[in-house]
Design a protein around this ligand. Structure first.
Ligand SMILES: [Zn+2]
Length: 723
């Protein structure tokens, strides 16, 4: 029989710091789905695992990984691949360095010059990133000048328009003020959306080029002390980044939907000008040191009040400044390297459990991504210790160190496309990217794994005392009370639907879970530990900054290694896959509710939600029956567990539609996608919601049918399980 997992009551007091755990158990403790014999077996394995990840070692690993800048496809990047591979092998994983090709740009020449209306030179840059003080990382000649991945080369001159965050609404507001963007250079500030979306919207409005700068209001002195006196962005620090249209498709621009293996025939590649995920206009990131003189020179109407940042003058939208932007990019089909380490499963060998983190960085990448890599290496260390003691996972475990995430999730996307048939029955993908930038645990997950993430967090001790879950819950409550209201939802108001437990976010995009969940339907989670972090994608995201601001003693590295590794081993060993479809159903119901209200406001009165709602109600009812079955099996033979698990996994697969989303067929999931106009943030039931946003009734009806069909397919699977 499948027994409920009485949360943590078994945790032995072997390890110092674990005494708090027994306080977790009680009548309110949620049942942990998935184990028939947790007490005897899994608790012991979990405790053995938790004792291994080591703070000091994580610190040493982080120092090694970040000793040199290691942009994807460089010799220094390959060195980090070899280092990670050696750690995987040391742990006993079957390890290989797997190359793919990617159409990548590196800057040959970057120049920005600006003049005021009288022709007086305002700035000539960009200036190198520099702070006074003893940051020993900043003068390394191997650090590339700041640039945008996927930007074309260009030589453009134009009047500057300030467009705030460059959201569609910002452009609409400016259009309403009579501003014509054709031939202009649009000055955007970072924040609110993905930088690729800023360029995408500017391109649609006919702009000639885009400059994106970091305003001190968003991550600089307005927030707190600047590095090297604190964690925030100093004047010359630039946020590099990809402007790939990853909401169209991520990965190598020339091979959408299939893997860019080194032997891919040239006639299968798109021509660069055919690539659907590359901007047509040049763009360049700037520090506020370089952007301020341009912005200050702008005349014309005052910017709307909420567009004012923290620079010490009143912002205007322009005209008043002219910019000459020259970008010479060296585009080549370059080799990148994923590192893949696996161990076979004994009982369910075809059900892969995958865990990944990217390794490449825009410069040193102490926080992004190598705090995650160090945590992954310590998780691998823990798994290795279990293997050496004779433990064998019941499912195949695959650890992945991705390359070229920064340029557009390339290493993960190519590998996922390469293994699409095996991944059709992979049971989970666990991601961490920014593993640690501070002490605040954060998680996002597909709804079926939100409960799983909370349960894992309950098992891991926090350096602050209590469990990670306790501290997480407290900090969310404090945040909510500071905001004098419930925590804002990014998506539809789902808290109401799922009760008052800790909020686990929805998966949008901007990291390597995207190909797994949104292209292939592999249930996914993303975890990390956050804090004040103003040096994102700059040269100052380095080991010195990390030790000063994020995690001086690496105890949060240890915490993340424990969370990440425990996700893997618990999923690998679960008898019954611990998917919570009740929550999934309730979330879909909440998304439909919110979409219906939005549709009415948009005047799409003919849009009929009834069939989708009925299918969802049925989903909820059936998933309650399925949950009973997950907890109380009549037949727990391996054969019967195997067929149950295949069906449970099928439910997520049922949410994929073969045709994908309108105009972006690579995105196949009907419940989650990155927003076409948000980029990072999730758009829920994207086909329907984006059609409503476009006020396109016939597309909305069509997409409603696609969604309803998907939910009905899932209902069919749930019904077969419940029988
Ligand atoms: Zn990253």
């Amino acid at each position: 029989m499948i027994r409920l997992r009485p949360a943590l009551v078994f945790a032995p007091l072997l390890l110092c710091g674990f005494a708090f755990l027994s306080a977790q158990a009680g009548p309110d403790s949620p049942a942990f789905l998935g184990y028939r014999d947790f007490a005897a077996e899994q608790a012991k394995i979990d405790q053995q695992f938790l004792s291994i990840p080591d703070a000091k070692l994580a610190g040493e690993e982080l120092k090694t990984l970040t000793a040199q800048p290691h942009v994807a496809a460089t010799p220094e990047d390959y060195k980090t691949a070899e280092y990670v591979a050696s750690k995987f092998k040391e742990a006993g994983l079957e390890t290989s360095i797997v190359p793919y090709k990617a159409w990548l740009n590196m800057p040959k020449e970057v120049s920005v010059e600006a003049w005021n209306a009288d022709g007086k030179l305002l700035m000539k840059g960009p200036v190198p990133e520099h702070v006074d003080g003893n940051d020993s990382f900043q003068n390394d000649p191997r650090v590339l000048p700041a640039f945008n991945g996927s930007s074309p080369s260009g030589d453009v001159t134009g009047e500057v328009v300030y467009a705030n965050y460059c959201r569609p609404d910002d452009f609409n507001k400016l259009s309403g003020m009579g501003i014509d963007f054709r031939g202009k250079i649009v000055l955007c500030r970072y924040g609110s959306n993905f930088r690729g979306v800023k360029v995408y919207v500017a391109e649609q409005h006919g702009a000639a080029g885009v400059l994106i700068y970091s305003d001190p209001a968003d991550d600089g002195y307005y927030r707190g002390d600047m590095y090297p006196h604190g964690p925030y962005r100093p004047a010359t620090a630039v946020q590099r980044g990809s402007v790939q249209y990853l909401f169209r498709y991520p990965g190598d621009a020339l091979t959408p939907g299939f893997a860019s293996r080194p032997d891919v025939p040239a006639d299968k590649l798109l021509k660069p000008e055919q690539a659907g995920n590359m901007p047509k206009i040049p763009s360049e990131p700037l520090s506020y040191h370089d952007a301020a003189p341009i912005l200050e020179a702008l005349g014309g109407p005052d910017a709307p009040r909420e567009w004012q940042g923290a620079l010490p003058f009143t912002y205007h939208v322009g005209p008043g400044a002219k910019v000459h932007l020259v970008l010479k990019m060296d585009y080549q089909y370059r080799t990148i390297w994923d590192v893949i380490g696996s161990v076979d499963g004994t009982t369910f060998p075809d059900e892969w459990v995958i865990a990944g983190n990217h390794r490449d960085a825009w410069a040193y990448g102490a926080v992004d991504p190598n705090s995650g890599t160090a945590a992954m290496l310590e998780a691998v260390h823990g798994v290795g210790a279990l293997l050496k003691q004779g433990w064998k996972p019941r499912r195949r475990i695959v650890f992945c160190s991705w390359d070229a995430e920064e340029e557009g999730l390339i290493g993960s996307t190519e590998w996922a496309e390469d293994h699409a048939s095996q991944l059709a029955h992979a049971v989970a993908y666990f991601n961490t990217d920014v593993g640690v930038s501070g002490p605040n645990f954060e998680a996002a997950a597909v709804p079926s794994l939100k409960e799983f993430v909370r349960d894992i967090a309950k098992q891991v001790p926090s350096p602050k005392g209590g469990s990670v879950y306790d501290v997480w819950k407290r900090s969310q409550a404090e945040q909510a009370s500071r905001q004098k209201g419930p925590v804002e939802e990014h998506s539809a108001g789902t808290n109401a639907a799922i009760g008052n437990d800790v909020r686990v976010g929805d998966l949008g995009s901007g990291s390597d879970y995207t190909p797994f969940i949104q292209h292939l339907g592999v249930p996914s989670t993303d975890v990390g530990s956050g804090g004040p972090y103003g040096v994102y994608h700059s040269v100052f995201d380095n080991f010195a900054w990390f030790v000063m601001n994020a995690d001086p003693t690496f105890v949060y590295e240890q915490e993340m290694a424990r969370v990440f590794g425990l996700e893997v081993i618990n999923m690998a060993d679960a008898d019954v896959l611990p998917y919570d479809y009740v929550t999934y159903g309730k979330e879909i119901a909440a998304y439909l509710d919110a979409a219906q209200k939005k549709g009415q406001q948009a005047g799409l009165l003919g849009l009929d939600f009834a069939s989708a709602e009925q299918a969802t109600q049925r989903f909820i009812t059936l998933s309650e029956q399925v949950r009973q079955k997950q907890q109380h099996l009549d037949d727990d033979s391996t054969a019967s567990l195997a067929s149950l698990n295949i069906q449970l996994r099928q439910v997520e697969g049922d949410f994929l539609s073969a045709a994908g989303l309108p105009n972006r067929p690579w995105f196949k999931h009907t419940i989650y996608a990155p927003g076409e106009y948000t980029g990072y943030a999730a758009v829920v039931i994207p086909g329907v919601n984006e059609a409503i946003d476009a006020k396109d009734l016939s597309r909305a009806q069509e997409q409603m049918k696609v969604l309803t069909d998907a939910i009905n397919r899932a209902d069919g699977t749930l019904e077969a399980i419940a029988k």
